[in-house]
Ligand binder design. Sequence first.
Ligand code: BES
Ligand code: MN
Length: 460
Amino acid sequence: MAVLETVLSRIDANQDDALKRLFGLIEIPSVSTDAAYASDCARAAQALADDLNSIGFDASVRPTAGHPMVVGHAKCGKPGAPHVLFYGHYDVQPADPLELWQTEPFKPRLADGPTGKRIFARGAADDKGQLMTFVEACRAYMQTGGLPCDVSILFEGEEETGSPSLPAFLAANADELHADLILVCDTNMWDRETPMVTAMLRGLALEEVTIKAATRDLHSGLFGGAAVNPIHVLARVIAGLHDQNGRITLPGFYDGVEELPPEIAEQWRDIPFNPAAFLGAVGLSTPAGEKGRSVLEQIWSRPTCDVNGISGGYAGQGSKTVLPAQASGKFSFRLVGRQNPEAVLNSFRDYVQKSLPPDCRVEFQRHGASPALQLPFSSEALGRAHAALRAEWGREPVIGGSGGSIPIVGDFKRSLGMDSLMIGFGLDDDCIHSPNEKYELSSFHKGARSWARVLDALAK
Ligand code: BES
Ligand code: MN
């Protein structure tokens, strides 16, 4: 039997054990944004390093100022073989709101879905299920004839908080992490049957704004009418950010935003995308963004400004007649093209400052900023991966974009000069970052098979 066939059969035979291993990883609640889970993040990192060592990698947990990295290396012993670096993240988003989960977020369960079995848990898709597809492919190779190329692995535990420790870690370990190509499994398929290589990601700039007024919360009867209400000020700030056409009003915001090249625009028109079905799946019907843009443009190639959370005053049960001393909002900007994250945030801060009435002041806290990413739409490696995916799924893979962000992929290019190949098996209805996150068992199984084929194709 050809080597690849042996490996694919091994993946099939390993399925039950692979699922147990994934469940073990998911059970560790490695929520990176909340310090209460720091020891769980460390435990997840150790578990991954142990697993990699058990299959023949030379892997270790590397401390950083934040959550640790996991780095592992395995050689194939074939002279001239390429060297790939696989990147994934073991941290997950908070499970909140807990009451909306059908079962506990960190107790993974397998359940029947309309199209096959599904794994429900926080991190099932983003990114534990996804990163384990690659580990399972390596395991199958290493348990049979050995890897087809040299493989290094980098897992981080701070992706969901903007990867604060990763740029310095890359710079300090540039030689060790250098490879011919980076592989990333943290993106989606086009649909359940059609694989996708993701060539564009939006950038992201995050800023928290706190507007402060009186020295303390006030009785709204005794002071109401005379005292400025910071929630109202925040609401006006938010309302002024978009015009009637859904365009963002910040001066200079659209600098660096380009129209799609005609050939890409044409490709996108041919993609069988149904905006009504896309919105209908989440209970919506009408595109709410920039007028005159297709939904695919709105989510892939146009920038956004959103408020992800606001707080201030009393939000508990019943009522409380209070004028809050402060109000805050968490803002995010998805960026495209050559938009400069620093310039966007400067323009935003400037706008907020200028919007303040007397007696109000503002404090800003930034939570990270990264530019958009554009990878080549064709290359030798992409062509090989494309053929490998076609062989596994029996469909022409889509080369597309995604509105999400993986800030570090840009740093791989800037810091190590390396291109990435982003292939993932998530689906739009996986509910990542939401309650009842799931990963299709078929994504997990065929994802591992896909990586086995991609490694084989890259090694030839
Ligand atoms: N894996 C996602 C991003 C993603 C999902 C890209 C699906 C393409 C398809 C990633 O883990 C993520 O959620 N990133 C955050 C970035 C961040 C700094 C919090 C995002 O996009 O919000
Ligand atoms: Mn992710």
